[in-house]
Design a protein around this ligand. Structure first.
Ligand SMILES: Nc1ncnc2c1ncn2[C@@H]1O[C@H](COP(=O)(O)OP(=O)(O)O)[C@@H](O)[C@H]1O
Ligand SMILES: [Mg+2]
Length: 327
Protein backbone atom coordinates (compact mmCIF):
# COMPACT_ATOMS: atom_id res chain seq x y z
CA UNK A 1 0.00 0.00 0.00
CA UNK A 2 1.01 3.61 -0.33
CA UNK A 3 3.24 3.85 2.67
CA UNK A 4 5.17 6.53 0.81
CA UNK A 5 2.04 8.67 0.55
CA UNK A 6 2.03 11.26 3.23
CA UNK A 7 -0.78 13.07 4.92
CA UNK A 8 0.04 16.73 4.53
CA UNK A 9 1.05 18.69 7.56
CA UNK A 10 -1.46 21.28 8.76
CA UNK A 11 -2.03 23.56 11.68
CA UNK A 12 -3.15 22.25 15.04
CA UNK A 13 -6.62 23.85 14.56
CA UNK A 14 -9.57 21.42 14.82
CA UNK A 15 -11.08 20.61 11.43
CA UNK A 16 -14.44 22.28 12.17
CA UNK A 17 -12.77 25.58 13.10
CA UNK A 18 -10.47 25.40 10.13
CA UNK A 19 -13.46 25.15 7.76
CA UNK A 20 -15.23 28.04 9.56
CA UNK A 21 -12.05 30.16 9.35
CA UNK A 22 -11.58 29.51 5.63
CA UNK A 23 -15.23 30.32 4.89
CA UNK A 24 -15.03 33.46 7.02
CA UNK A 25 -11.87 34.68 5.26
CA UNK A 26 -13.34 34.06 1.81
CA UNK A 27 -16.60 35.84 2.63
CA UNK A 28 -14.67 38.73 4.18
CA UNK A 29 -12.53 39.06 1.04
CA UNK A 30 -15.69 39.00 -1.11
CA UNK A 31 -17.38 41.66 1.00
CA UNK A 32 -14.26 43.90 1.00
CA UNK A 33 -13.91 43.51 -2.77
CA UNK A 34 -17.57 44.43 -3.19
CA UNK A 35 -17.32 47.44 -0.88
CA UNK A 36 -14.20 48.80 -2.59
CA UNK A 37 -15.31 48.18 -6.18
CA UNK A 38 -17.33 50.77 -8.12
CA UNK A 39 -19.91 48.08 -8.97
CA UNK A 40 -23.53 48.81 -8.14
CA UNK A 41 -26.71 46.74 -8.38
CA UNK A 42 -29.92 48.39 -9.60
CA UNK A 43 -33.35 47.58 -8.18
CA UNK A 44 -34.00 45.64 -11.42
CA UNK A 45 -30.75 43.79 -12.10
CA UNK A 46 -29.25 44.64 -15.49
CA UNK A 47 -27.56 42.04 -17.65
CA UNK A 48 -24.12 43.64 -17.23
CA UNK A 49 -24.58 43.66 -13.46
CA UNK A 50 -25.69 40.01 -13.45
CA UNK A 51 -22.52 39.06 -15.33
CA UNK A 52 -20.37 40.83 -12.70
CA UNK A 53 -22.32 39.09 -9.91
CA UNK A 54 -21.97 35.62 -11.45
CA UNK A 55 -18.26 36.25 -12.07
CA UNK A 56 -17.75 37.39 -8.43
CA UNK A 57 -19.65 34.38 -7.11
CA UNK A 58 -17.56 32.03 -9.26
CA UNK A 59 -14.36 33.53 -7.82
CA UNK A 60 -15.65 33.11 -4.25
CA UNK A 61 -16.74 29.48 -4.82
CA UNK A 62 -13.44 28.57 -6.53
CA UNK A 63 -11.33 30.20 -3.82
CA UNK A 64 -13.38 28.50 -1.11
CA UNK A 65 -13.12 25.05 -2.69
CA UNK A 66 -9.36 25.41 -3.26
CA UNK A 67 -8.74 26.33 0.36
CA UNK A 68 -11.07 23.64 1.70
CA UNK A 69 -9.48 21.00 -0.50
CA UNK A 70 -6.18 21.66 1.19
CA UNK A 71 -7.73 20.95 4.56
CA UNK A 72 -9.90 18.00 3.60
CA UNK A 73 -7.68 16.18 1.07
CA UNK A 74 -5.66 14.40 3.82
CA UNK A 75 -8.93 12.88 5.01
CA UNK A 76 -9.61 11.41 1.57
CA UNK A 77 -6.08 10.06 1.48
CA UNK A 78 -6.62 8.50 4.89
CA UNK A 79 -9.85 6.84 3.72
CA UNK A 80 -8.11 5.42 0.63
CA UNK A 81 -5.35 4.00 2.79
CA UNK A 82 -7.86 2.53 5.24
CA UNK A 83 -9.60 0.76 2.38
CA UNK A 84 -6.32 -0.73 1.14
CA UNK A 85 -5.00 -2.03 4.45
CA UNK A 86 -4.78 -5.84 4.47
CA UNK A 87 -4.09 -7.60 7.77
CA UNK A 88 -2.58 -10.56 5.93
CA UNK A 89 0.33 -8.24 5.13
CA UNK A 90 1.06 -6.69 8.50
CA UNK A 91 3.31 -3.74 9.23
CA UNK A 92 1.47 -1.27 6.99
CA UNK A 93 1.28 2.12 8.65
CA UNK A 94 0.36 5.64 7.55
CA UNK A 95 3.10 8.22 8.13
CA UNK A 96 2.18 10.50 11.03
CA UNK A 97 3.01 14.09 10.08
CA UNK A 98 -0.07 16.12 10.89
CA UNK A 99 -0.55 17.48 14.42
CA UNK A 100 -4.17 18.46 13.90
CA UNK A 101 -7.38 16.47 13.80
CA UNK A 102 -6.29 14.41 10.79
CA UNK A 103 -2.96 13.65 12.46
CA UNK A 104 -4.83 12.46 15.51
CA UNK A 105 -7.01 10.24 13.34
CA UNK A 106 -3.95 8.74 11.59
CA UNK A 107 -2.27 8.04 14.92
CA UNK A 108 -5.41 6.35 16.29
CA UNK A 109 -5.75 4.32 13.11
CA UNK A 110 -2.13 3.15 13.28
CA UNK A 111 -2.57 2.18 16.93
CA UNK A 112 -5.74 0.29 16.05
CA UNK A 113 -3.83 -1.62 13.33
CA UNK A 114 -1.16 -2.62 15.85
CA UNK A 115 -3.85 -3.86 18.24
CA UNK A 116 -5.68 -5.77 15.50
CA UNK A 117 -2.48 -7.41 14.25
CA UNK A 118 -1.51 -8.53 17.74
CA UNK A 119 -4.97 -9.89 18.50
CA UNK A 120 -5.15 -11.65 15.16
CA UNK A 121 -1.73 -13.21 15.61
CA UNK A 122 -2.63 -14.39 19.10
CA UNK A 123 -6.00 -15.86 18.16
CA UNK A 124 -4.53 -17.58 15.10
CA UNK A 125 -1.73 -19.01 17.20
CA UNK A 126 -4.31 -20.31 19.67
CA UNK A 127 -6.45 -21.84 16.93
CA UNK A 128 -3.45 -23.54 15.32
CA UNK A 129 -2.16 -24.79 18.68
CA UNK A 130 -5.59 -26.29 19.34
CA UNK A 131 -5.54 -27.87 15.87
CA UNK A 132 -2.09 -29.36 16.49
CA UNK A 133 -3.20 -30.70 19.88
CA UNK A 134 -6.24 -32.32 18.27
CA UNK A 135 -4.08 -33.88 15.53
CA UNK A 136 -1.74 -35.12 18.20
CA UNK A 137 -4.65 -36.77 20.01
CA UNK A 138 -6.04 -38.37 16.83
CA UNK A 139 -2.59 -39.63 15.83
CA UNK A 140 -2.12 -41.13 19.27
CA UNK A 141 -5.49 -42.86 19.11
CA UNK A 142 -4.85 -44.16 15.61
CA UNK A 143 -1.55 -45.57 16.76
CA UNK A 144 -2.72 -46.96 20.09
CA UNK A 145 -6.23 -48.16 19.27
CA UNK A 146 -6.43 -49.02 15.57
CA UNK A 147 -2.74 -49.86 15.31
CA UNK A 148 -3.01 -52.27 18.26
CA UNK A 149 -6.15 -53.89 16.83
CA UNK A 150 -4.41 -54.44 13.47
CA UNK A 151 -1.44 -55.93 15.27
CA UNK A 152 -3.73 -58.31 17.20
CA UNK A 153 -5.42 -59.36 13.93
CA UNK A 154 -1.98 -59.97 12.37
CA UNK A 155 -0.95 -62.20 15.29
CA UNK A 156 -4.21 -64.15 15.01
CA UNK A 157 -3.75 -64.53 11.28
CA UNK A 158 -0.23 -65.84 11.82
CA UNK A 159 -1.58 -68.53 14.10
CA UNK A 160 -4.25 -69.41 11.53
CA UNK A 161 -1.61 -69.48 8.76
CA UNK A 162 0.58 -71.81 10.81
CA UNK A 163 -2.25 -74.31 11.08
CA UNK A 164 -3.94 -73.71 7.74
CA UNK A 165 -4.13 -76.46 5.15
CA UNK A 166 -2.37 -75.92 1.83
CA UNK A 167 -5.58 -75.09 -0.07
CA UNK A 168 -6.57 -72.11 2.15
CA UNK A 169 -3.04 -70.92 2.94
CA UNK A 170 -2.72 -68.57 -0.09
CA UNK A 171 -5.97 -66.85 0.90
CA UNK A 172 -4.85 -66.47 4.50
CA UNK A 173 -1.52 -65.06 3.30
CA UNK A 174 -3.38 -62.56 1.09
CA UNK A 175 -5.43 -61.37 4.05
CA UNK A 176 -2.19 -61.11 6.06
CA UNK A 177 -0.69 -58.90 3.33
CA UNK A 178 -3.76 -56.67 3.20
CA UNK A 179 -3.77 -56.30 6.98
CA UNK A 180 -0.09 -55.39 6.96
CA UNK A 181 -0.75 -52.79 4.27
CA UNK A 182 -3.64 -51.43 6.33
CA UNK A 183 -1.42 -51.16 9.38
CA UNK A 184 1.21 -49.33 7.36
CA UNK A 185 -1.44 -46.89 6.07
CA UNK A 186 -2.61 -46.18 9.62
CA UNK A 187 0.99 -45.51 10.65
CA UNK A 188 1.48 -43.18 7.69
CA UNK A 189 -1.68 -41.21 8.48
CA UNK A 190 -0.62 -40.97 12.13
CA UNK A 191 2.82 -39.76 11.06
CA UNK A 192 1.30 -37.11 8.81
CA UNK A 193 -0.98 -35.93 11.59
CA UNK A 194 1.81 -35.67 14.08
CA UNK A 195 5.30 -35.27 12.73
CA UNK A 196 6.87 -37.34 15.52
CA UNK A 197 10.14 -37.37 13.62
CA UNK A 198 10.28 -33.63 14.15
CA UNK A 199 10.65 -34.15 17.88
CA UNK A 200 12.73 -37.33 17.63
CA UNK A 201 15.09 -36.66 14.74
CA UNK A 202 14.80 -32.97 13.96
CA UNK A 203 13.49 -30.89 11.07
CA UNK A 204 15.96 -32.12 8.49
CA UNK A 205 14.99 -35.79 8.80
CA UNK A 206 11.31 -34.95 9.15
CA UNK A 207 11.48 -33.16 5.78
CA UNK A 208 13.30 -36.11 4.20
CA UNK A 209 10.61 -38.52 5.48
CA UNK A 210 7.86 -36.15 4.36
CA UNK A 211 9.22 -35.78 0.84
CA UNK A 212 9.72 -39.55 0.58
CA UNK A 213 5.96 -39.92 1.12
CA UNK A 214 5.46 -38.05 -2.17
CA UNK A 215 7.82 -40.15 -4.28
CA UNK A 216 5.16 -42.80 -5.01
CA UNK A 217 3.01 -40.01 -6.54
CA UNK A 218 5.50 -40.01 -9.44
CA UNK A 219 7.43 -36.96 -8.29
CA UNK A 220 11.20 -36.75 -8.65
CA UNK A 221 12.33 -34.92 -5.54
CA UNK A 222 15.59 -32.96 -5.31
CA UNK A 223 16.57 -31.93 -1.82
CA UNK A 224 19.03 -29.26 -0.77
CA UNK A 225 19.67 -28.71 2.91
CA UNK A 226 22.41 -26.28 3.88
CA UNK A 227 24.28 -27.71 6.86
CA UNK A 228 24.66 -25.66 10.03
CA UNK A 229 21.52 -23.57 9.65
CA UNK A 230 20.64 -21.16 12.45
CA UNK A 231 18.54 -22.78 15.21
CA UNK A 232 14.76 -22.52 14.89
CA UNK A 233 12.50 -22.90 17.90
CA UNK A 234 10.01 -25.75 17.96
CA UNK A 235 7.06 -23.58 16.83
CA UNK A 236 9.02 -22.34 13.83
CA UNK A 237 10.12 -25.90 12.97
CA UNK A 238 6.51 -27.06 13.03
CA UNK A 239 5.55 -24.14 10.76
CA UNK A 240 8.31 -25.09 8.28
CA UNK A 241 7.14 -28.71 8.33
CA UNK A 242 3.45 -27.89 7.87
CA UNK A 243 4.13 -25.42 5.06
CA UNK A 244 6.37 -27.93 3.26
CA UNK A 245 3.63 -30.53 3.73
CA UNK A 246 0.90 -28.32 2.25
CA UNK A 247 3.15 -27.11 -0.58
CA UNK A 248 4.11 -30.69 -1.53
CA UNK A 249 0.47 -31.79 -1.29
CA UNK A 250 -0.47 -28.96 -3.66
CA UNK A 251 2.26 -30.04 -6.09
CA UNK A 252 0.96 -33.62 -6.05
CA UNK A 253 -2.67 -32.49 -6.29
CA UNK A 254 -2.65 -29.57 -8.71
CA UNK A 255 0.68 -28.97 -10.42
CA UNK A 256 0.89 -31.88 -12.90
CA UNK A 257 4.61 -31.71 -12.26
CA UNK A 258 7.14 -34.51 -12.50
CA UNK A 259 9.85 -32.95 -10.40
CA UNK A 260 10.06 -30.78 -7.34
CA UNK A 261 12.94 -29.11 -5.52
CA UNK A 262 12.74 -28.93 -1.76
CA UNK A 263 15.34 -26.78 -0.08
CA UNK A 264 16.13 -25.40 3.33
CA UNK A 265 18.87 -22.80 3.10
CA UNK A 266 19.96 -19.58 4.72
CA UNK A 267 19.88 -16.00 3.57
CA UNK A 268 21.84 -13.85 5.97
CA UNK A 269 20.42 -14.78 9.35
CA UNK A 270 17.09 -15.93 7.90
CA UNK A 271 16.17 -19.53 7.15
CA UNK A 272 14.51 -20.05 3.78
CA UNK A 273 12.27 -22.98 2.86
CA UNK A 274 11.52 -23.35 -0.82
CA UNK A 275 9.28 -25.85 -2.61
CA UNK A 276 9.58 -25.40 -6.36
CA UNK A 277 7.86 -27.52 -8.99
CA UNK A 278 7.99 -27.69 -12.77
CA UNK A 279 4.22 -27.96 -13.19
CA UNK A 280 1.51 -25.92 -14.86
CA UNK A 281 1.80 -22.86 -12.57
CA UNK A 282 -0.82 -21.08 -10.46
CA UNK A 283 -2.62 -19.55 -13.47
CA UNK A 284 -4.25 -16.94 -11.28
CA UNK A 285 -6.32 -19.54 -9.40
CA UNK A 286 -7.85 -18.08 -6.23
CA UNK A 287 -6.09 -18.99 -3.01
CA UNK A 288 -7.92 -21.58 -0.94
CA UNK A 289 -7.79 -22.70 2.66
CA UNK A 290 -4.45 -24.44 2.09
CA UNK A 291 -2.53 -21.36 0.97
CA UNK A 292 -4.45 -19.23 3.51
CA UNK A 293 -3.34 -21.64 6.24
CA UNK A 294 0.28 -21.40 5.07
CA UNK A 295 0.10 -17.60 5.28
CA UNK A 296 -1.44 -17.68 8.75
CA UNK A 297 1.23 -20.07 10.02
CA UNK A 298 4.01 -17.93 8.55
CA UNK A 299 2.59 -14.80 10.22
CA UNK A 300 2.48 -16.44 13.65
CA UNK A 301 6.24 -16.96 13.70
CA UNK A 302 7.01 -13.63 12.02
CA UNK A 303 7.86 -15.24 8.69
CA UNK A 304 7.15 -14.10 5.17
CA UNK A 305 5.45 -16.37 2.62
CA UNK A 306 5.68 -15.76 -1.12
CA UNK A 307 4.06 -17.74 -3.92
CA UNK A 308 5.39 -17.14 -7.39
CA UNK A 309 4.64 -18.66 -10.74
CA UNK A 310 6.73 -18.24 -13.86
CA UNK A 311 5.09 -17.27 -17.18
CA UNK A 312 5.90 -20.70 -18.58
CA UNK A 313 4.61 -22.53 -15.51
CA UNK A 314 6.23 -23.85 -12.38
CA UNK A 315 5.38 -22.64 -8.91
CA UNK A 316 7.58 -21.72 -6.00
CA UNK A 317 6.43 -21.50 -2.39
CA UNK A 318 9.03 -19.63 -0.40
CA UNK A 319 9.01 -19.12 3.34
CA UNK A 320 11.55 -16.77 4.90
CA UNK A 321 11.90 -17.10 8.65
CA UNK A 322 13.84 -14.78 10.90
CA UNK A 323 16.03 -16.42 13.54
CA UNK A 324 17.58 -15.07 16.75
CA UNK A 325 20.43 -13.50 14.76
CA UNK A 326 18.06 -11.57 12.44
CA UNK A 327 16.46 -9.56 15.23
N1 LIG B 1 1.94 -26.05 -7.02
C1 LIG B 1 0.81 -25.65 -7.63
N2 LIG B 1 0.70 -25.74 -8.99
C2 LIG B 1 -0.41 -25.35 -9.62
N3 LIG B 1 -1.50 -24.84 -9.01
C3 LIG B 1 -1.47 -24.71 -7.66
C4 LIG B 1 -0.31 -25.12 -6.91
N4 LIG B 1 -0.57 -24.86 -5.60
C5 LIG B 1 -1.81 -24.34 -5.54
N5 LIG B 1 -2.36 -24.25 -6.77
C6 LIG B 1 -3.69 -23.69 -7.12
O1 LIG B 1 -4.12 -22.86 -6.05
C7 LIG B 1 -5.37 -23.28 -5.58
C8 LIG B 1 -5.50 -23.04 -4.10
O2 LIG B 1 -4.63 -23.92 -3.36
P1 LIG B 1 -4.97 -24.22 -1.83
O3 LIG B 1 -5.18 -22.91 -1.14
O4 LIG B 1 -3.93 -25.10 -1.27
O5 LIG B 1 -6.38 -24.94 -1.87
P2 LIG B 1 -6.73 -26.46 -2.31
O6 LIG B 1 -5.44 -27.23 -2.37
O7 LIG B 1 -7.62 -26.94 -1.23
O8 LIG B 1 -7.43 -26.34 -3.63
C9 LIG B 1 -5.49 -24.73 -6.00
O9 LIG B 1 -6.84 -25.12 -6.16
C10 LIG B 1 -4.74 -24.76 -7.31
O10 LIG B 1 -5.56 -24.38 -8.38
MG1 LIG C 1 -3.97 -27.25 -0.91
Amino acid sequence: MGQAETVKAGTGLPLYWRVCLINGVVFLLGTVALALSPATVSARVLVSEAIVLVFGLAIIVTLNSLLLRNSLAPLDKLIRMMEKVDLQHPGQRIPEHDNGAVGHLVKSFNEMLTRLETERRMSNAKALAAQEAERHRIAQELHDEIGQSFTAVLLGLKQVADRASADVLPEVQLVQEQTRAGLEEVRQVARRLRPGVLEDLGLHNALVALSNDFAPAGLRIRRTFTPGLPELDSDAELVVYRIAQEALTNVARHAQANSVELSLTRKGNDVVLSVKDNGRGLRGQPEGAGIGGMRERALIVGGDLELTSGPTGGTEVRLTLPTEGSR
